[in-house]
Design a binder for this molecule. Sequence first.
Ligand code: GLN
Length: 496
Amino acid sequence: MSLIHKTAAELGAMIAAGEVSAEEVAAAHLDRIEETEPKIRAFLHVDREVTLAQARAVDARLRSGEKLGPLAGVPLAHKDIFVTKDMPTTAASKILEGWRPPYDATVTARLREAGLVFLGKTNLDEFAMGSSTENSAFGPTRNPWDLSRVPGGSSGGSSAAVAAYQAPLSTGTDTGGSIRQPAAVTGIVGMKPTYGGSSRYGLIAFASSLDTPGPFARTVLDAALLQEAFSGHDPLDSTSIDRPVPKVVEAARNPDVAGMRIGVVKEFDGEGYQPGVLNRFREAVKMLEALGAEIVEVSCPSFTVALPAYYLIAPSECSSNLARFDAMRYGLRVGDDGTRSAEEVMALTRAAGFGPEVKRRIMLGTYALSSGYYDAYYGQAQKVRTLIARDFEAAYQKVDVLISPTTPTTAFPIGERADDPMAMYLADLCTIPSNLAGNAAISVPCGLADEDNLPVGLQIMAPVLGDDRCYKVGAALEKAFEARWGGPLLKEAPAL
Ligand code: GLN
């Protein structure tokens, strides 16, 4: 088997044993990227020399006897919303084009420390606002299962890179579903850790009360290894949780659901769901039952109003966060010819630098926060948020985890929803409640839909700091599915 087809755990073990160097592993992936990028376009930035230099430095650290973690020397693709001091960072926006951050995000720094090697920065919807990567200012990424379809979003470059075997691992951020939804529609694993379990320091902010860094991988264990590598308390992030990190790797190594109580969310079914998605989901429920889990139907009535609440809260926070792009401090500056006031330059720059979806959100959010409307919109949405957290609390009195399809449909064609924001927003119907409550949730592949042979994802939700439960159930399903499929669902990038 070639190096690009190995898991991150396997690569880490081979590098630690001296069977292959980090440089050779990086070079194999860089070659794959070079060969497949014209079709996929997962990356906004790749710099072969920078990557190979990083890999050689890890090889030297290992040779000198330094004890590094299990992923030392393993390459990964990094979402271009984490700042990186040796690579540009754009958040896929023209307003940041060419910006070189002077520092590393905590996630970036911890991964460097653990010896991971950065293959480049991946494409996303501008400032992570979207579900398809079509809102990137630099063009869309394509789904490795079908090049005419989206890879999900906002972390679609990261999901596509892993599904295309360009990287064994990648990072994402999940504000309303941006890790789980792209993972589902590209047939890979994607995890949104508990809010505050992974640091937001150096993550370009979209909606600060929701933004959560997390891992993508082709196996549950690889995702757990990556999550563990960047998790844990960070004094530089005021909402970072100062508690022991859930034992996610241990959970991923011990797949077992016997005796577990698993709740099926009643509200995530029916109209608007693709039949093939529901078929795969129901089969997975049966498999969990056969593995010894007790299946219970659970009603979470407030989940039906999560989407509208999210589309008030997230734009409100974005309107405030994106005020920092003022044409003075970073990136683009338009019309600064000595004749215009700072205010005029700011207006011209923001008009030219932000794309239509970002502008829509800034306007929505500014409106929702304005005096006179605050209580009716933002205030009301915050109350819904409380109701959702209560629904979860009530459910977790009865069950250990909740499950649902990750998305109502499989990957949609590029262009199909681009002019219909509501249709686009519906892609996150099932993922948003976990963001509003700050809970942990993972998406794992559960087969291909009958209609289109495209991947379907199953979502496993757990309470705050119950990340290990997501991995335990995810690993049990993965094992059962592999027995059925005779190996992983994603054996090749089908469209390449
Ligand atoms: N698709 C959702 C949105 O557009 C979620 C995005 C995200 O999680 N970053 O806001």
